[in-house]
Design a protein around this ligand. Structure first.
Ligand SMILES: Cc1ncc(COP(=O)(O)O)c(C=O)c1O
Length: 434
């Protein structure tokens, strides 16, 4: 029996796959199979991208230096991030601080907001996921990711709350299937501004729980937060730096955040890294203050080297344009598949992040407090038979596809074919229930 405490993103007891290596868009398994790695939000350039491998080899001879000491490469990475990724946002972007992960960046952006505003409460939208550490965990309001203990015979021991969390309604979009609420946005969001009037920050992401970005929603929340005296944090941990088919999802709307948080793609998958990027206005408020937070391995030289390498690969915009092209192929392919499978309730997504939601129990009642594999995990297991790995985020009825940006048309089609195969299992269950 393994003495490693396990985390399963495809809920259920047994490991779905045993990975021994990776190459390009493929995972290589212990039994020799090559599987398309169809849901790896941390690996934007796939496995062993030559520019990343080269940078990491060089980085191995750097000194061990912590964020308390000057390191010219760290300064250069901040400049690269501002000049390359935020190149179209010059009038907005103020300054950057690096962190260890998306969760840490969110936790620190939230505590920073509390200190700056003197308020304690925080806000997010329904079904959000912002990470698993500190306040980021508390702002993760998907019931099964409470950060505590799920008892396999039923029941949970969640972590006690640190702060009151206000939850505003989420966007209700679908590229296939029906939207859950047809009322105009202002009507759906009635009362939100009052709710935000006591919060330090409103943190909004663009994909989690299969709920995708829409500019009207962003601008509504941004304006409501501003009027209510709340900071607006755009959680771009998964959408930032290419996956949304542009540098940042927020660029689709008119409004601009107070703070942007980053992770995942930031170091091209070769090192753990996160970042908090502040607007010029916030940086101006900081000019007579210092932010009293520190961690030994933040902006480690290896992470800094990986960040610089990733940004240099992405700098000419070609890969981001490719993501935008693949968005169309994914959209068309997924809608065709959904039409064939009665078990599919809804499809939504953008860029290279897409969700297929199945008919079944309501996500609000899912606590992962069972040893049985939920439906989505069984569909993912069947897709493996057809040569691809698909994610579930541990949700019961939701599958997500987020391959690396280097995926070819043929590989994307093979990924969709594997999903098609997996969904036959969900159809059989759907038909039995009907
Ligand atoms: C939107 C969003 N925010 C935050 C996080 C947490 O990032 P990390 O897993 O790097 O801590 C995630 C991870 O899935 C995410 O998708």
């Amino acid at each position: 029996m393994s003495r490693l405490l396990q985390t399963g993103l495809n809920a259920g007891k047994d490991p779905l796959i045993k990975v021994v290596d990776g190459e390009g868009v493929y995972f290589i398994l212990a039994d020799g199979r090559r599987l398309i790695d169809g849901s790896n939000t941390g690996g934007p350039l796939g496995h062993k991208h030559p520019a990343m491998v080269e940078a990491m080899k060089k980085a191995a001879s750097n000194p061990v230096i912590n964020e308390g000491w000057f390191w010219a490469e760290r300064e250069a990475a901040a400049e690269d991030l501002i000049n390359i990724a935020f190149g179209e946002e010059k009038s907005w972007v103020g300054a950057v601080r690096f962190f260890l992960s998306g969760s840490e960046a969110n936790d620190l952006a939230l505590t920073f907001s509390q200190a700056l505003t003197g308020r304690k409460e925080l806000a997010t939208r329904e079904r959000a996921y912002h990470g698993m550490a500190g306040l980021a965990r508390q702002m993760t309001v998907q019931p099964h990711w409470h950060g505590g203990l799920a008892i396999q015979g039923g029941g949970s021991k969640p972590v006690p709350a640190q702060v009151p969390v206000r939850i505003i309604p989420a966007p209700v979009n679908a590229k296939y299937g029906s939207v859950s609420d047809n009322r105009p946005l202002a009507e759906r969001m009635a009362g939100s501004q009052e709710m935000l009037s006591s919060v330090a920050a409103t943190i909004i992401d663009y994909t989690q729980g299969g709920i995708y970005y829409d500019p009207e929603y962003q601008d509504y929340v941004a304006n409501a937060a501003r009027k209510a005296g709340s900071l607006w944090i755009a959680d771009e941990v998964v959408t930032g730096l290419g996956r949304s088919g542009r540098w940042f999802a927020f660029q689709g709307g008119e409004t601009r955040p107070d703070i942007v948080t980053l992770g995942k793609c930031l170091a091209g998958g070769s090192a753990p890294a996160g970042a908090v990027v502040m607007s010029k206005e916030i940086v101006e408020e900081m000019k007579d203050k210092s932010w009293q937070t520190y961690s030994t391995f933040r902006a480690h030289p290896s992470a800094v080297a990986a960040i610089r390498a990733y940004l240099s690969v992405m700098a000419d915009g070609e890969i981001i344009r490719r993501v935008k092209t693949l968005e169309g192929r994914m959209h068309k392919g997924l809608v065709e598949i959904a039409r064939k499978h009665p078990s599919v309730a809804r499809v939504d997504g953008f860029g290279l992040h897409w969700t297929v939601e199945l008919h079944g129990p309501d996500w609000r009642n899912w606590y992962a407090d069972t040893a049985e594999s939920p439906l989505a995990s069984r569909v993912a297991a069947r897709a493996v038979e057809a040569g691809a790995i698909i994610g579930t985020s541990g949700e019961q009825t939701s599958l997500f596809l987020a391959p690396s940006f280097i995926i070819s048309d043929a590989e994307l089609d093979a990924l969709l074919a594997a999903l098609d195969h997996g969904l036959e299992l969900a159809d059989a269950q759907f038909e039995r229930a009907a």
